[in-house]
Ligand binder design. Structure first.
Ligand code: SD4
Length: 325
C-alpha cells in the first residue's frame, strides 16, 4: 500500500516556479549539475536569484551563499535578520554561520543591532584566528570591521507578534507550516560553483521569544551547517535544540559519505531526531536540505509543508520536501 509518507518520498512535489518533475529519491551520484544553489523555505526563491547572479558569472560558491543570505537579511519585514521576532525581553538577537570548501568557517551568535550577521561571520572566518564570536564581543568586532550599529527597534510585524505573545508569555515554538512565506526564522543555502566547490550559509533571528542569551543550531558548525567538499553540504532549519543534540548536519554528511543520497541522508537524520523522543517530535518541525558534490539535492522534514528551492541551468523549482509525518 502506498502511504502518504512513501508517496511523498518518491514524488517530491514541484510547485509553480517552473514545471519540473523531480524524483529526488533516485538521485545518487548522477550527472554533475553545476553550478547550482538550493535554499530553505519558499523565500529561497528570491535568495537563489541573488546567489545565481554570482554563480552564473562563474563566481565562487562562497560569494554566492553570502549574497543569498544578505538578500534575505535585507527583507526587513521578514523573519531573518533585524526584522525577525525578538527574544522574550523584546530584543532581536542574530545567529549566522558560513563555511567553504576547505573547512574554513566562521560564525556569530547573540549578535545585536547588526544588519548582516552573515558578512560578520565571513569576516570572523577570514580575518581572525577563530571560528566563533558571540554577543558583545561579536558586535565589537563587527563595528571594528566597519559594520554600522543599527537602531534598536522592532519591525512592524515583530512588534505586533511580540505584543500578542506578551499576553500569555508562553514559550511554545510554533510548527513552521508555510501557508505563506515568512513563516520561519531562518534562511539556509548551499551552493556548488562552476569549479566544483561547495559552500553553505545559514542566518537566523532564532526561535521567536527564546530566553535571552539562547543560541540555536544555525551558528554551530556541524549542527546547523556543514560542508565537506569531497562529500556534500548540509543546512538545517527548525527547532535548533533537536539539531544540536543529534549533531544534525555533520551526521547527514557522514551518512552521505557512506553512500546515501542527499535525501536518504536527510531522512536518516530526521529519524534520529524522532527516535530521541517521538512524542516531542510530533509537536515540532526540523528539516534538513543537502547537496552533494555532483549537484544532486534532497531534503527531509519532520512535518509536511516544508519547501525548498533549487536553481541551476536546468531547473528552477520549489519542492515540497518529503516528511516523516
Ligand atoms: C533556531 N534553527 O534558532 C533555528 C530556527 C529556525 O525556522 O530554523 N526557524 O533554532
Amino acid at each position: 500500500m502506498t502511504t502518504r509518507r512513501t508517496f511523498l518520498e518518491v514524488m517530491a512535489i514541484g510547485l509553480p516556479l517552473m514545471a519540473c518533475k523531480n524524483d529526488v529519491s533516485a538521485q545518487k551520484g548522477g550527472n554533475t549539475q553545476k553550478p547550482i544553489v538550493i535554499s530553505t523555505w519558499k523565500d529561497g526563491e528570491g535568495v537563489n536569484k541573488a546567489a545565481w547572479e554570482v554563480l552564473s558569472a562563474q563566481g565562487s560558491a562562497l560569494d554566492a551563499v553570502e549574497k543569498g543570505a544578505v538578500y534575505m537579511e535585507d527583507q526587513i519585514n521578514c523573519c531573518v535578520g533585524l526584522g525577525g521576532n525578538p527574544d522574550r525581553e523584546g530584543k532581536v538577537t542574530l545567529d549566522a554561520s558560513i563555511m567553504d570548501h576547505q573547512f574554513n568557517c566562521g560564525a556569530v551568535a547573540f549578535l545585536e543591532r547588526i544588519k548582516h550577521p552573515i558578512s560578520v561571520a565571513r569576516k570572523v572566518m577570514e580575518s581572525t584566528p577563530h571560528v566563533f564570536l558571540v554577543g558583545a564581543g561579536a558586535q565589537q568586532f563587527a563595528v571594528e570591521q566597519g559594520f554600522s550599529l543599527e537602531e534598536d527597534v522592532l519591525s512592524e510585524k515583530a512588534k505586533e507578534d511580540y505584543e500578542e505573545w506578551l499576553i500569555t508569555s508562553e514559550y511554545k515554538p510554533v510548527i513552521n507550516i508555510e501557508e505563506n512565506a515568512y513563516n520561519h526564522d531562518t534562511m539556509g543555502l548551499l551552493a556548488l560553483d562552476a569549479t566544483g566547490n561547495l559552500s553553505g550559509a545559514c542566518t537566523t533571528s532564532g526561535m521567536a521569544f527564546k530566553m535571552r542569551g539562547r543560541i540555536g543550531d544555525s551558528p554551530i558548525i556541524g549542527s546547523g551547517l556543514y560542508v565537506e567538499n569531497e562529500v556534500g553540504a548540509v543546512v538545517a532549519t527548525g527547532v535548533g535544540e533537536e539539531v544540536i543534540r543529534t549533531g544534525g548536519s555533520s551526521f547527514v554528511i557522514s551518512m552521505m559519505r557512506q553512500g546515501m543520497s542527499p535525501q536518504e541522508a536527510c531522512k536518516k537524520a530526521i529519524e534520529r531526531i524522532v527516535n530521541v523522543n517521538a512524542e516531542r517530535a510530533k509537536e515540532m518541525q526540523v528539516a534538513f536540505i543537502a547537496l552533494d558534490k555532483n549537484g544532486n539535492h534532497g531534503a527531509f522534514a519532520i512535518q509536511k509543508e516544508f519547501h525548498y528551492c533549487i536553481k541551476s541551468d536546468v531547473e528552477e523549482v520549489m519542492l515540497e520536501s518529503a516528511s516523516w509525518f
